[in-house]
Structures are given as structure tokens and as C-alpha cells.
Design a protein around this ligand. Structure first.
Ligand code: GCB
Length: 593
């Protein structure tokens, strides 16, 4: 009987295989007419994936007492959305598998309205079912997506079931190996969004490359009335720009004004209202120019040194994925206190609060897709996923002037089959989608011999900035005086950014219990920083540095029973926010820059 049931189920699963992949989310989702589905959701924890066979989404209900049934949500546990599941239940701490989520909502369909369900992010694979039918799926843990449910939604009570699976896949992005906690679950907001038949799906409103006063962009409508009059209003500037969308719903936008430019010392944003005949969206947008000229990075036409810090999307005090404005402020205020003017949001797109709050505080942002170390570039599915993730990241954040750099990869292996082809193609795509920002790839393939760095990776040729991760003093010993370091660079004309450096220290372990402990002391970490600072003086075209990293953070690969206990200890701050010696050194370096 089980076998027969299995065959039938397989048949049904096959029927579902071709269901829709998610749509890219409309931008500025929070500014729309939303009904939040945040809060407690009923869940079924499903370590083996048996729920697929039992078709959890059908919610079989017994008619008679004697009817067989399994996997009811009723009377089971609940999890908070948004939120990773790992930090919510002790049995889920290191869980990698499937959790089914269920939520009900009431809705009254209205003539002329469309309804979408929007997910800020779900890690890693998502399948969504509405009233027992699959409506589609999404892959990727850090970008938003949506499904239109205008047709299947019913009057009255509706049931949404979401299958979340955070298993690591060889052909996933990231792949199987990475140095952070694999927080699974519905980690960001879920909203119902109601729009008119034709709504403003997307817009790009930023300064034209190289210009300090001219906006070049577009507005994109979605719906049955693509041809409309649109306007862009900036009340503070008394500016009102009018255009018409074409048959594809697109209008080109070009206007000039004497903008007060956005910069770290004056993070000016303007309230902007975009109107079509059938929709209105508001946004806070800043204007700035970012370019590479010769070996320098120029912000608003002036050279800028990037005083950055690496940050994972984790609230260290809660040992949980950061998800809201308060979490963002905790992390970003610490970066500010260190004296930073930029944050590298490692190693995946963080939630929108991070980007928006950083922008408001005058922190430039480096945003990255999780193309990290072990990626199966030879698998064409992987290259498609990379592109899709990049597009989802850019669609969401392209109007954030704070974002100055798109990072398309971190420490990938030059010897991995098809790596260069895949990343070069991705870079070209990225420039097509957004020509206004800088693009980088983080390189870690350099040789360090005879106190000389040989940065030979040809990927550097396709980036605007050569970004290098190096851990001399930690994973690799110094081979001479840091101040005498020599450099051979694949692109000697380009700006160089040290995107990671550092070492681990357990806060308070200043007099380690044994001699070996020297390596884990704050003093040892501080010495790495002194040496690195001395070495920075030797880097040709140095345009900025970025210690790894702000806070100690959770990572499964960090299991030293005394010093790590599940934490990567390269933080300048402990997970409790205590300042290590290296914090003060970095702060001093930034205060002098
Ligand atoms: C790296 C990675 C970063 C790691 C770090 C480390 O190069 O980019 O994700 O966590 O090294 O601590 O080793």
C-alpha cells in the first residue's frame, strides 16, 4: 500500500513541478497598501521531508474518528514571522531541513484590484500553497519575491501554507560550505499587497553616471493599461516631471535640478512621489555620484577613502538573524562609533532596514550576493540562479544612493571549471542592469611569498575595484616587516580595497590559561591590527580597508571548545558588545584617515 501511495504521490508531485517560479517583488513594497501577515504561524517541523509525501498542504481532515491522518497543524508549535527558526526553539538550533508554516487570513476580493503575497526573504527554498493548491516556488535566501493571488484568493477565509527548506545544496547559492549560521525560515516580513489593475512595479531614479545634477532613469507599470501619464514630484525642490509610458508600460525619466548631494557627512534624502493615473508610490531618495577615476574612488567628484567594516546580518545580543529596524540600528551604530563611512553587508543582501538606515546615517553600503567560495559554476542552473539573485538584489535597492558597490562574488576558486566565464558574464549583465555603481569581485587567490603579494587573478580585470581578502598574521605568518611588503597587481592602475583582514580573539582572554592561548588573546589580535595598519601603507592605490568583522558571530564551523563555542571570534566586539583591544586600534586608524 505504501508503494502504491508513493507512486501516486510522485505522479502528483510531477504535476506540480512546472508550477510558477516566483515573480520579482515590486519595489518599495512597504510603501504600498499592505496587510501584514507577520506574527505567529503554525508550523510542522519535518526533518525528513515526509510532508511532501503526505501532502501537508491539503490538510487532510478526518471525517470519521477512524480515518487515517497525519501532520495536522492543529495543536502544534508556532514560530514567529519574521524570524529565523533556529533561534526560536532549542531543537532547531542547528536544524537544516523542512519546516511547514501555516497562516490564515480573511479577504474580500474587490473589482479592479489585484492581490499579491510578498515575502521579504525566506531561507532557502520556498514553496507556497494557497487553499490547498501550489502557487509557486522561489530559491534564494536573501531577496524578496511575490506571487499574484488575485485569481485563487477566495472571499472569506484563506489558508496559506509555506514549505521552507534550508538544506544546503551543491548547486545552491551559497553552495554547501560557508562560515556563518544557516538561519532558516521566513526571516523577513510577509505582506499581502493590494494594488489597482495597473500598478507601478518598478522605477529607477538616480543620477546619471558622472553627473551631479541630472537624473536618468525610468518608470515601469504592470497591468492592463500600460499607456499612462506619469509624474515624479519632489515637493522640497518644487520639482514636477511629467512623462508618458509606452505600450510596454515604460517611461524614460530625465530631469535636472540643483540637488543637495548625499554624502556621509550630509546624508540628504528627498521625499519623492511617483504617480501614474492608477497608482502612487513614495520613496526617500538621495542623489550622489560614484565613479572610479584613475586609481581613485570619487564620491560626488572628490576622492573618498572607504573606512569600512564587515557585518553579518545577525543581532549578536539575540543570537538571531537581524530583521528589523532596531537590529539594524544596533549594528550600524556600532559601525558609526568605530568611525566608519561604509559597511560591507556580508555575504548576501541584508534586509531593507539595514540598507535604508545605513543610508540615513551616512554610511555607504557594499551589497553582495552569496556567490561564496564553493560554487558549482559548471552547472548552468547555477549561473541562472546567480543572475536571478543579482537582479533581485538590484531591483530592490537600485534607488538607494547609499549603495555604491555591487559585489558579485567572494573568494571563489579560479580553478573551478567555468568560474571565469560565469563571473565575467555576470559582471556584464550587472553593468547592463545598473551602469551607475561600482562592481567588484573579492579575490583571495593571491600568493604571498617573500613578503610580496602577487595578486594575479584575472577576474580583477572585470571589476572597478580590486578587492582582496588576506589574513596575514592569522592564517598565514608574516614573511618580513609589514611596512616592507611589496605588491604585484594584475591591474596596477585600479583602486585596491582590502575587503577582509583580522584574526580571532576571545574577549577577556588577555592572559590565556596556557601558552598556546597566545593565539586567541586580545593582545594577539591587536598585534595583527598593528601589523596590518603598517602594511596598508605599502598598498598601491589603497582606496579603503574593511576589517573582518564588527561583532563575533555564530558559525557552525567554529567549534573550538574553549575559544569559539560556535562563534567566529574575529569580531572587534564580542557578541555581548564588549570592545576588544583591536577595536580601539581600528578606531584610531579611522580617526586619522
Ligand atoms: C574569509 C571569508 C569570511 C570568513 C573569514 C574567516 O575569507 O570571506 O566569510 O568568515 O574568512 O573568518 O576565516
Amino acid at each position: 500500500a505504501i508503494a502504491k501511495h508513493g507512486v501516486l504521490t510522485c505522479f502528483f508531485i510531477l504535476l506540480f513541478v512546472d508550477m510558477a517560479t516566483a515573480q520579482m517583488a515590486m519595489i518599495s513594497a512597504a510603501e504600498r497598501k499592505v496587510t501584514s501577515l507577520n506574527g505567529y504561524w503554525d508550523v510542522i517541523i519535518d526533518p525528513t521531508g515526509i510532508g511532501d509525501w503526505r501532502q501537508v498542504w491539503l490538510e487532510h481532515k478526518p471525517e470519521k474518528k477512524s480515518d487515517f491522518f497525519e501532520y495536522s497543524f492543529q495543536g502544534g508549535p508556532q514560530l514567529k514571522v519574521p524570524g529565523d527558526f533556529n533561534s526560536q526553539k532549542p531543537e532547531l538550533t542547528y536544524f537544516e531541513g523542512t519546516v511547514w508554516y501555516k497562516k490564515q487570513f480573511n479577504y474580500e476580493p474587490k473589482k479592479g484590484k489585484r492581490l499579491f503575497i510578498y515575502f521579504g526573504a525566506v531561507n532557502y527554498r520556498t514553496d507556497v500553497f494557497l487553499n490547498g493548491k501550489k502557487i509557486g516556488s522561489h530559491e534564494g535566501g536573501f531577496t524578496p519575491f511575490q506571487f499574484e493571488i488575485s485569481a485563487p484568493v477566495k472571499a472569506g477565509l484563506n489558508t496559506i501554507i509555506v514549505k521552507v527548506n534550508n538544506t544546503r545544496y551543491q548547486n545552491g547559492i551559497p553552495g554547501k560550505g560557508y562560515d556563518w549560521l544557516n538561519y532558516g525560515g521566513i526571516t523577513r516580513d510577509v505582506n499581502l499587497i493590494e494594488t489597482n489593475n495597473t500598478y507601478i512595479d518598478d522605477y529607477s531614479i538616480q543620477l546619471k553616471k558622472g553627473s551631479l545634477n541630472t537624473v536618468l532613469g525610468w518608470v515601469q507599470l504592470n497591468g492592463e493599461r500600460p499607456r499612462q501619464n506619469i509624474s515624479i514630484n519632489i515637493p522640497e525642490l518644487n520639482l514636477s516631471y511629467h512623462a508618458k509610458t509606452n505600450d510596454e508600460g515604460i517611461a524614460k525619466v530625465e530631469f535636472s535640478s540643483a540637488f543637495k548631494l548625499w554624502s556621509p557627512s550630509s546624508p540628504k534624502l528627498y521625499r519623492l512621489i511617483i504617480e501614474s493615473e492608477t497608482d502612487t508610490v513614495a520613496d526617500d531618495i538621495g542623489f550622489r555620484s560614484i565613479e572610479v577615476k584613475g586609481s581613485k574612488i570619487m564620491l560626488n567628484g572628490k576622492p573618498v577613502f572607504l573606512k569600512a567594516v564587515n557585518i553579518h546580518e545577525e543581532n549578536p545580543y539575540k543570537a538571531a538573524r537581524a530583521r528589523n529596524k532596531e537590529d539594524a540600528l544596533l549594528l550600524l551604530n556600532a559601525a558609526k562609533k568605530l568611525g566608519c563611512n561604509m559597511v560591507r553587508l556580508a555575504h548576501y543582501p541584508h534586509n531593507e532596514n539595514m540598507v535604508k538606515e545605513a543610508e540615513k546615517m551616512g554610511l555607504m553600503v557594499w551589497s553582495e550576493i552569496p556567490v561564496y567560495q564553493h560554487i558549482e559554476f559548471a552547472d548552468t542552473v547555477v549561473t541562472q540562479k546567480m543572475e536571478r539573485m543579482m537582479e533581485e538584489m538590484i531591483k530592490r535597492d537600485k534607488n538607494r544612493c547609499g549603495v555604491i558597490i555591487w559585489s558579485l562574488s567572494n573568494e571563489t576558486y579560479p580553478s573551478a571549471p567555468n568560474r571565469n566565464n560565469a563571473l565575467i558574464a555576470l559582471t556584464k549583465k550587472c553593468r547592463n542592469v545598473d551602469s551607475t555603481r561600482l562592481i567588484t569581485h573579492v579575490i583571495n587567490s593571491q600568493q604571498y611569498e617573500n613578503n610580496t603579494f602577487d595578486v594575479w587573478d584575472t577576474l580583477g580585470r572585470y571589476a572597478d575595484i580590486v578587492s582582496i581578502n588576506e589574513y596575514v598574521g592569522w592564517y598565514t605568518p608574516w614573511q618580513g616587516l609589514p611596512a616592507n611588503t611589496k605588491w604585484k597587481l594584475i591591474c596596477p592602475e585600479k583602486p585596491v580595497f582590502i575587503s577582509e583582514f583580522g584574526g580571532e580573539a576571545l574577549y577577556g582572554s588577555n592572559n590565556g590559561p596556557t601558552d598556546e592561548a597566545a593565539y586567541w588573546t586580545e593582545a594577539y589580535q591587536a598585534k595583527i591590527y598593528t601589523s596590518q595598519v603598517a602594511m596598508f601603507g605599502t598598498v598601491p592605490n589603497l582606496c579603503g580597508v574593511c576589517p573582518w568583522l564588527l561583532f563575533d558571530y555564530r558559525s557552525l564551523g567554529r567549534m573550538h571548545p574553549v575559544y569559539q563555542k560556535g562563534y567566529n571570534r574575529k569580531g572587534l566586539l564580542s557578541e555581548k558588545g564588549e570592545k576588544k583591544k583591536a577595536w580601539y586600534m581600528m578606531k584610531e586608524y579611522y580617526s586619522k584617515k
